[in-house]
Design a protein around this ligand. Structure first.
Ligand code: PLP
Length: 375
């Protein structure tokens, strides 16, 4: 089996699995309990929170454990929109490249009466001035992901963050695909909320976080119950999940340089191989910097569904478009917004996403299979 779908999810790192199992077995106390087992669990939860706070340069009270980025995006967007809306700021500006976890949340807010202004890229770029000129007295916030999950494009967070700060707006960042990249230092970026899921970084599924800066009074609890997560997300916290998530992200950052070099090598090796094999392709996406983990290719003249099924038969996994809609092979709204009217490209594009365990030999096998399929 060859797996090139790490932007959809990753396997558990054995080192993460080890701490996960150890915590599951040994720390079953409820972290809210006052006895020693509860205190032990609470100590581990506090350490996990502090680890994430250190990585992102925030206060531990600004770290909320959640079930993943979908929940975190919903929570941060709905809470901030409503808090700003109460002050008459009912307009939100967003890039057109957002994942459904953001895009559909904004559509939900639109039904509540918020105005969502979607800003597409122009000439292969997101332009800061396109956002700046749309800001009005009613604008409450800006929304932009860190790295696009389909194309790997790195988005201009620093500039957008500064724009938001200068206008007193909230700035929500879906950071899921943008962690542990040398190009993005979240400590240097102004944001009010940042989200992530552990399973994209060799951590457990169903575990993520929301960093909510200075939002303690505007984060609306979606559920009602106990006082967990600073009284804002009731329910017994998954301590082994939190410990494993913090371990997964710590490893991702510790090994960032090595992993990134490896993926850059795999990506250029892939492109050289495609050239040598005479396979017609174009790299999809914007014109700026890209994450080396993701490579979206227009395989000219080859229907993506046919290519994916043929590769699957050879034991090679990759996807088309966003993972969440990949099962149904819908055309990608992200590619459609970058390439309006390019119907063939939308039907003939596939996404490869690399991981730490991939090798050049696996790329050789992929190219050999593609040569057969496309030839
Ligand atoms: N945001 C982005 C950019 C993603 O890539 C994903 C998952 O693919 C999500 C949000 C949703 O993450 P989860 O399904 O873990 O909640």
């Amino acid at each position: 089996m060859i797996y090139f779908d790490h932007a959809a999810t990753t396997p558990l790192d054995p080192r993460v699995l080890e701490v996960y199992i150890k915590t599951l077995k040994e720390t079953y106390g409820n972290p809210s309990a006052l006895h020693r087992l509860g205190k032990k669990a609470n100590g581990l939860l506090r350490e996990a929170r502090e680890t994430l706070a250190r990585i992102y340069g925030v206060d531990p009270h600004e770290v909320y454990f959640t079930s993943g980025a979908t929940e975190s995006n919903n929570w941060a967007l709905i809470s901030q929109a409503r808090a700003y809306g109460k002050r008459g700021k009912e307009e939100i500006l967003t890039s057109s490249l957002e994942h459904p976890a953001v895009e559909k949340t904004l559509a939900y807010l639109e039904k509540e009466g918020f105005r969502i202004v979607t800003i597409p890229p122009r000439e292969g770029k997101i332009h800061l001035e396109d956002f700046a000129e749309k800001i009005t007295d009613q604008t409450g916030g800006l929304v932009c992901m860190a790295v696009n999950n389909e194309t790997g494009d790195i988005l201009p967070l620093e500039d957008l963050g500064n724009l938001a700060r200068d206008h007193g707006l909230f700035f929500h960042v879906d950071g899921v695909q943008g962690m542990a990249l040398k190009e993005i230092d979240f400590k240097e970026i102004y944001f009010t909320s940042l989200t992530c899921s552990g399973h994209k970084y060799y951590g457990p599924k169903g575990m993520g976080f929301l960093l909510a800066k200075n939002l303690a009074y505007s984060l609306e609890p979606f559920h009602h119950g106990g006082g967990q997560e600073f009284g804002r997300r009731p329910g017994t916290v998954d301590v082994p999940g939190a410990v494993a998530l913090a371990k997964a992200l710590s490893l991702a950052y510790e090994e960032e340089e090595e992993n990134q070099e490896k993926m850059e090598d795999l990506k250029s090796y892939l492109l050289e191989g495609l050239d040598k094999a005479g396979i017609a392709y174009e790299i999809n996406g914007l014109s700026g910097q890209k994450s080396p983990r993701i490579c979206n290719l227009w395989l000219k003249g080859q229907k993506a569904d046919k290519v994916l099924m043929a590769l699957d038969l050879e034991g090679i996994c990759l996807s088309a478009g966003s993972a969440c809609s990949a099962g149904t092979l819908q055309e990608s709204p992200v590619l459609a917004s970058i390439y309006p009217g390019e119907e063939d490209r939308l039907k003939e594009s596939v996404r490869l996403s690399f991981g730490r365990e991939n090798t050049r030999e696996e790329i050789d096998e992929l190219i050999e299979s593609l040569r057969k399929i496309c030839g």
